[in-house]
Design a protein around this ligand. Sequence first.
Ligand code: MG
Length: 491
Amino acid sequence: MNILPKVSIGLSLLMSGTYAFSQANSKSKIIKPNIVLIFMDDMGYGDLSCSGATQYKTPNLDRLAAQGIRFTNFVSAQAVCSASRAGILTGCYPNRVGISGALMPNAEIGLNPSEETIPEILKKQDYKTGAIGKWHLGHHRQFLPLQQGFDEYLGLPYSNDMWPVFFDGSRNVSKEYARKLNYPELPLIRNNDKIRELKTLDDQAGLTTLYTETAVDFIKRNKNNPFFLYLAHSMPHVPLAVSSKFKGKSEQGLYGDVMMEIDWSVGEILKALEQNGLEKNTLVIFTSDNGPWINFGNHAGSTGGLREGKGNSFEGGQRVPCLMKWPGHIQEGTVCNKLASTIDILPTLASITNSPLPEKKIDGVNILPLLLGDGNANPRESFLYYYRKNSLEAVRKGDWKLVFAHPGRTYIGFKPGTDGFPGEVNENFQFEEGLYDLRRDPGERYDVKEYYPEVVAELKKLADEARIDLGDDIQKAEGANRRMPGRINDN
Ligand code: MG
């Protein structure tokens, strides 16, 4: 049984792939491009007009897709905020570097400063590095962006719902509970210091504009040197908030308004690159940390029909949009259906900038051949879907995905909430083992394991190898090669 992925790739791309590949392989053309990495929060696979969104339009994102590459099988490192961010910035499965779930405001851990991050790799190549927006890899000073490779930072240290206003107002959790956890108001941090607190939802309404203006300013200030800009938006994570520029502008309520403002933000960044003469020598990457938080109903995004959502290793939680534009290297209008992940960004940027990889073991692979249109390349053959602390919930090779029996979150069977109030979910539903053919069944609805025992056996072998390396709480396997997060008491 051949279980290599079935690949469809545009004819024009196949015809032009060799040219693009050889052109970009000439080192003189690919030395030190600027890199802009835009990372959304809880934005789903179906949330762009080019991936099926209706009742609002995302013309700037659609233009980004039209002028570059759009991935259709791109998965986040894990389907939750902190873990996903650890994955994208280190090129590792988040459980390898000891980060799981979403760090709360009382967390005493963070991304271990001994892990090598994308900005640390690029700084060795004389890049200026800036982080803007949601950090969520530890809010204590020793874990903040300036201690992890960034020259400057402006943003929130964790999610925009982790404050008393939200817990009291719309999450059906009492203010007493928030106080018990000693949640402070949301701090806005510049570099290492709190510069003010966000006290109301109106304060959050200015975040997308603030981040965008800061990003445009960073681009202008760094137009004469190579730079890496990491822009991690707080939106469209609940509680949703939008500036007056976009309030009421979509036909899909507040969520649509927020997406229109995100699209505007992307347009402002593309415009800043053009106006500063940087468009040709900049790689722009746009993706998301995880799928939509579906039980928020009309305040959640869309999976585009994929199963489940945020906090779940079915595709609705894990598969995210990914667009990349790099004129002269990425062929316009490319659609790539091959498997790739946010953890592949670090080794890809290392390859582009001719940088050494981190000394410690990483899990990402170099997907530059996919960007350059090499139709024969298949750099990522498999992917491990870990969730919770260290549970191997599924493994994928090509189009085949084997989901193991595991307890997890399900949204199915519950009525979603509305207008910022969440509906119920079951956090401990017992999922059964199932084999899914994502080519025929992207919604993971039909278990076909009894027809393909040899595929099941091959995927189980991959899982067994993963358990030796990274462990698996479900099978009570420790794993030999996991590393510790940083702790506030570490010296
Ligand atoms: Mg998120």
